[in-house]
Design a protein. Structure first.
Length: 563
């Protein structure tokens, strides 16, 4: 068994410990995982899921699952369903705490009217281009909109007409009134409501104005009494607005202090994948992959279908830790965590991926017998299984060489090897077709050398190869998946990430498998000895005819290739 390393440093835990020691929030820890339902969750989200749910679990608190559904044009129920399924698959449960930003639209609207009445918000009628021109730059302050000093009465009237649907999209926006000269551009009167005549997946056509995410999110946190609002570093510059908004709404009586605290951490940056939703959508829509759950996709749905495990994700997130510093993690680290998790749990089976016939000429025709192999070499309590043995077997084509190179210990004319869990055989020759391709290998077996019987080791050999009985094997479709991109940072050099797609990211073969694999149920994982970890595809497998996907090889072939 591989013992996972202790979790890496986590500065957020230290912060929570300080809060609990001071009595802030009365020792309560309430977090949330707040995806926008505009795509499927990806590997980066797994880090946030384990962080938010893990902190709540470890501190005896709760974590909410909340959908930030404030952009109806890009959000769909399909995405909501897939997110729920993925979070559950990773092993987390939010109990009764399933929420939608759209559940709070009435409260958000009331908050907006309160800000207008307090002089903290106004309706602006600049066009989008004009607004950008007034905003200024990183080195130059912005300018006040000519509509900034509208009266409270005029602002309320216009805002209510916006809600009533009296204006077209883009005619007006509601903006917070903060400081157009602020060095933080996010405080230069950010928009908090826009007109959008669009049907919402949850509220239908009730609304034609929708809150901006940066306005909605802190209100959602406050409504749900979140203590630690944990987000990625790109929101660090938004924190001053987060605090400004909640302070003013608390002053207006909407919320009580202490208010939620936003805390930022470094997002996950993995090599050889893309995590931009825009790029993931492009991969799907342009059919570079078969869908959101394509096993090559860095989505959680794709990871599940690939055979990656929740335990592998847990080991990975524990190992990489949580920090404030951005950095890149090589994909091999993630694969190693998955490999270690699968090594502990995956039963061993035999598969021949590139089969060639091995004929044992001195074995009786029509006869078969059982050989016995452990289900897991490190877990003897799992027992052994019977593997049928017969006169004709399938072996790997690479396990025979007519003219072997130096140091080759497998089959070649005159050499002997052990058939793993079976007999010692001596190669006598081979058959070829008209093109010179090997069609069959011939050998004789030594009857007194069967593994597990007295005297089996009387004949010493250096080679040991695996096999399956040709008469009993299950011929299955096996998909050899590799990385979707051939470069560590797709598109970094050319600006075109699609140009870095790996043309060899999947190879579909017909393999010969140990017969018991015919009964594998969808999502059952196995180690195919010598080849790696494979999973019965959860979509395409049928009873009695499972299809297998390679999850990860036994060793990191990319490190070898790079060297």
């Amino acid at each position: 068994m591989n013992t996972p390393p202790a979790p890496a440093a986590n500065f957020i835990r230290n912060l929570i410990d300080e809060h609990n020691a001071s009595g802030k929030w009365g020792g309560r820890v309430e977090t949330r995982f707040p995806p926008e339902p505009n795509g499927y969750l990806h590997l980066g989200h797994a880090k946030s899921i384990f962080l938010n749910f893990g902190l709540a679990r470890d501190y005896g608190g709760v974590c909410h699952l909340r959908f930030d559904d404030t952009n109806p044009e890009k959000e769909e129920q399909e995405y909501v369903d897939s997110i729920i399924e993925s979070v559950k698959w990773l092993g987390f449960d939010w109990g009764p705490h399933l929420y939608y930003a759209s559940d709070y639209f009435d409260t958000m609207y009331a908050c907006a009217e309160s800000l207008i009445q307090a002089g903290h918000a106004y309706v602006d009628s600049l066009t989008a281009d004009e607004m950008r021109g007034y905003r200024g730059t990183l080195t130059e302050p912005g300018k006040d909109s000519p509509y900034r000093n509208r009266s409270v009465e005029e602002n309320l009237d216009l805002f209510r007409k916006m809600r009533a649907g009296e204006f077209p999209d883009g005619a007006h926006v509601l903006r917070a009134k903060i400081d157009m000269a602020s060095p933080n551009i996010n405080l230069r009167d950010p928009a908090i409501y826009r007109i959008k005549h669009a049907t919402h997946h949850n509220t239908g056509d009730k609304w034609c104005i929708y809150p901006m995410y940066t306005y909605a999110h802190p209100i959602e946190d406050a409504i749900e009494h979140i203590t630690h609002s944990i987000c990625t570093l790109e929101f660090e510059d938004q924190r001053p607005f987060y605090d400004w908004l909640l302070d003013r709404l608390a002053d207006g009586g909407f919320f009580t202090r202490p208010l939620p605290q936003q805390i930022e951490f470094a997002r996950l940056n993995l090599t050889y994948i893309v995590l931009s939703k825009r790029k993931l959508i492009q991969l799907v829509e342009e059919q570079h992959v078969s869908g959101w759950d394509d096993p090559r996709m860095p989505t959680l749905a794709g990871a599940r279908r690939r055979g990656y495990t929740p335990e592998g994700f847990r080991r990975f997130t524990d190992q990489i830790g949580v920090s404030k510093a951005d950095g890149w993690i090589d994909y091999s680290v993630f694969e190693a965590c998955q490999r270690d998790a699968l090594n502990d749990t995956a039963p061993r089976r035999i598969a021949v991926l590139d089969p060639v016939k091995l004929v044992i000429d001195n074995y009786p025709e029509g006869q078969s017998e059982d050989c016995f192999a452990p289900n897991h070499p490190q877990q003897p309590e799992l027992g052994k299984r019977a593997i049928p043995f017969s006169r004709e077997l399938w072996i790997e084509r690479e396990d025979f060489e007519e003219t072997p190179p130096k140091g080759y210990f497998r089959l070649y004319p005159g050499n002997s090897v052990r058939l793993r869990y079976g007999y010692v055989v001596k190669c006598t020759g081979c058959d070829k077709d008209a093109d010179g391709r090997i069609t069959a290998v011939h050998c004789d077996y030594l009857p007194d050398t069967k593994s597990g019987t007295p005297g089996a080791d009387s004949v010493k050999v250096k080679g040991n190869i695996h096999w399956v009985s040709a008469a009993h094997a299950y011929a299955a479709e096996v998909r050899l998946y590799d990385r979707l991109f051939k470069t560590a940072q797709p598109g970094a050099e050319t600006g075109n990430f699609l140009g870095d797609l790996n043309a060899d990211s999947v190879k579909v073969i017909r393999a010969q498998l140990e017969p018991c694999l015919r009964d594998a149920v969808p999502e059952a994982s196995f180690q195919f000895e010598r080849h790696g970890y494979f999973v019965a595809d959860r979509v395409d497998s049928k009873p009695g005819t499972p299809v297998f996907n390679r999850t990860v090889a036994l060793k990191d072939s990319w490190v070898k290739a790079a060297g």
